[in-house]
Design a protein around this ligand. Structure first.
Ligand code: NAP
Length: 306
């Protein structure tokens, strides 16, 4: 079977950690070009300028954008205007309005736009959703605590306007929450901790309707914690390891303790969307982040440097 050619934009941490291995192993896609000012993938045609790529490789129909959220819109818009299907890393943009604009553009051009949420592809998310479907959630709590120095080494953009700070990983938890809850919730309160020398929060405590709370912190060294726990009318659910492992009433119930299935599943979904001429743009996780930044009480905390 012929594989569809894809170009990867923004050859940095996530492109090299996840996208390149996922595309290399994909039965659907073949990495045909990269566009990055500094990064390259050995053996793959490399461009440093997106307009040059669009002009010289009209035969590559799919573009996957791995840049940080702030520069991403201009690339996505140019790709769609040039007739390419587009895959967006999470969070799908710097603002909600710009993603709505991209969605309308993709629709008008008959192209696929896929706003990916890699954590929704974690092994135990679908089983957790199925288990919760006929239950009443009485209380739920998210603990998402990781080390920014490990996952975003030296990446100052995460602390610049639009970088979202601790919501960059926290939005992964929200992408799972909005996928698995049988009834939607909305944010009612937030406390945001901003390092005195930075523009985005390094920690956040959130309260939602329906007794749902979240604790996001980017200062956790040692073991990392990505857990969602829920008490229901018919037992207790715990999703651990970023949605990859499911426990019901304290006993293992489904999943596999690895994140390596997430990006292959994203590319399989992209292949389906292109085939069906469809798009998938769910902004529910980003709505919660925007609400937290709108409603949140701001506290100043210690300066942070990498
Ligand atoms: P990164 O390594 O800092 O950035 C990726 C690449 O984007 C950079 O190497 C850079 O390549 C290019 N870039 C950066 N700023 C740019 C700008 N202003 N204009 C044009 N290109 C620019 O970031 P990352 O960790 O890969 O994260 C990228 C996206 O993936 C984010 O949305 C993040 O949330 C998501 N993500 C990250 C992780 C993770 O563990 N880090 C996990 C899942 C998802 P050149 O300098 O070569 O142009």
């Amino acid at each position: 079977m012929t594989r569809t050619q894809v170009a990867l934009v923004g050859i940095g941490k996530i492109a090299l950690d996840q996208h390149v291995p996922a595309i290399t192993a994909s039965p659907d896609f073949e990495l045909a070009a990269t566009i990055s000012r500094n990064g390259q993938v050995p053996g793959i045609q490399a461009f440093t300028d997106f307009a040059t790529f669009l002009a010289e490789r009209p035969d590559i129909p799919v573009v996957s954008l791995c840049l940080p959220p702030v520069p991403r819109f201009a690339y996505a818009e140019a790709a769609l205007l040039a007739g390419r299907h587009v895959m967006l890393e999470k969070p799908p943009g710097a603002t909600l309005a710009e993603v709505h604009e991209l969605e309308a553009l993709a629709k008008a051009k008959g192209l696929t736009l896929y706003a990916t949420w890699h954590s929704r592809m974690a092994h135990a998310v679908a089983p957790a959703k199925a288990w919760l479907a006929d239950k009443t959630v009485r209380q739920a709590h998210i603990t998402w605590r990781e080390d920014v120095r490990k996952w975003h080494p030296g990446q100052d953009w995460v602390f610049q306007p639009g970088g979202m700070g601790v919501f960059d990983p926290g939005i992964n938890a929200l992408s799972i929450l909005t996928e698995i809850l049988p009834k939607p919730v909305h944010l009612t309160k937030a406390t945001l901790e901003f390092p005195e020398n930075r523009q985005t929060p390094i920690a956040a405590q959130l309260t939602f309707s329906g007794n749902v709370t979240a604790d996001f912190d980017w200062r956790q060294e040692g073991p990392q914690t990505w857990d969602i726990e829920a008490q229901t009318d018919k037992g207790t659910l715990a999703l651990r390891m970023g949605g990859n492992v499911l426990e019901i009433d304290g006993k293992p119930a489904a999943g596999e303790n690895t994140i390596m299935g997430e990006y292959p599943a994203l590319y399989a979904r992209m292949a389906d969307l292109v085939h069906q001429k469809g798009s998938d743009v769910d902004l529910a996780p980003m709505v919660h982040v925007a609400d937290a930044l709108t409603l949140g009480e701001r506290r100043i905390t210690d300066a942070f440097d990498f």
